[in-house]
Write a protein that binds this ligand. Structure first.
Ligand SMILES: C[S@@+](CC[C@H](N)C(=O)[O-])C[C@H]1O[C@@H](n2cnc3c(N)ncnc32)[C@H](O)[C@@H]1O
Length: 254
């Protein structure tokens, strides 16, 4: 299945699922609350506030999921070819609805099998649907991102997840990710970290960037003009947001 039909079918299924029990105004109202959680109430993210409540979950699935898919899809195509020649397992840390992991896996000529890990049970169920929608072989696990990672070579993805961790947990993940990706003589891993451009979301970025660049990786900032799916554009307008341009920053280590 080519990318576009799969994406459209995924969007149609998301709309059917998430607008079955909620009205559009309920979801757009929840999107306003969700974006305020990400911007003004960041202190509540660590306790899982973003995905608390059916409205916010629907807003995340219908709005941020597709936007993350489109951003990751564009980033992976803009990175070196090594970003599309992956080890057999892609570890999607804090997979959420699986959008970013599916975008990376589906962009590969030989898609890896995905393991999506998230502490939120609703998220792991949604992620399983997303990976299936893109024809990606996948398993999901309800767990902390710090729990055991599979052995062997891994492509590790942390998309919009690290900013929700405590400083101490993020530091442990940094050490583990570099160890699993760049240890001389170790398996040939890959690491892709994605966060918003806004510095206040990831004040720790400079430290990660230094660590990744010292290990031979690169850091980039991205801006892409994309055609938003109709539902995303409608939610954007209703919530007073504007995502005609998708932006983000990434760290890449291979
Ligand atoms: C903003 S969402 C990003 C989801 C997905 N990666 C994407 O790009 O759309 C962050 C996700 O990280 C998960 N998360 C946050 N802290 C976590 C932890 N310590 N262990 C596992 N999952 C975590 C949340 O439940 C949420 O689903």
């Amino acid at each position: 299945m080519s990318l576009e039909p799969a994406f459209e079918q995924w969007m149609a299924a998301l709309e059917r699922r998430h607008l079955a029990d909620l009205t559009f105004p309920q979801v757009s109202g929840a999107l306003r609350a969700l974006s305020s959680t990400y911007v003004e109430r960041r202190g509540r993210l660590a306790e899982g506030a973003a995905l608390a409540g059916a409205g916010k979950r629907a807003a995340f699935a219908l709005f941020y999921g597709p936007l993350h898919y489109l951003l990751v899809h564009s980033i992976v195509r803009a990175l070196p070819p090594a970003a599309r020649a992956l080890p057999p397992t892609l570890l999607d840390l804090g997979c959420g609805t699986g959008a970013s992991g599916a975008a990376w896996a589906a962009a590969c000529p030989q898609p890896p099998a995905v393991l999506g890990i998230d502490r939120n049970q609703w998220a792991t169920k949604e992620a399983a649907e997303t990976y299936r929608a893109f024809g990606v072989a996948a398993r999901t696990r309800r767990d902390d991102v710090e729990a055991r990672w599979p052995s062997g070579a891994l492509a590790v993805l942390a998309a919009f997840t690290l900013n929700e961790l405590t400083d101490a947990a993020r530091e442990r993940i940094l050490l583990r990710a570099i160890e699993r990706t760049a240890r001389p003589g170790g398996p040939a891993g890959r690491l892709l970290v994605i966060e918003p451009l806004a510095r206040f979301v990831a004040p720790w970025w400079g430290r990660w960037q230094t660590a990744v660049e010292s290990a031979g990786g690169r850091a980039d900032e991205w801006r892409f003009t994309v055609e938003r799916p109709a539902m995303v554009a409608k939610l954007d307008r209703a919530a007073g947001l504007d995502h005609r341009e998708l932006t983000g920053r990434s760290l890449w280590l291979a």
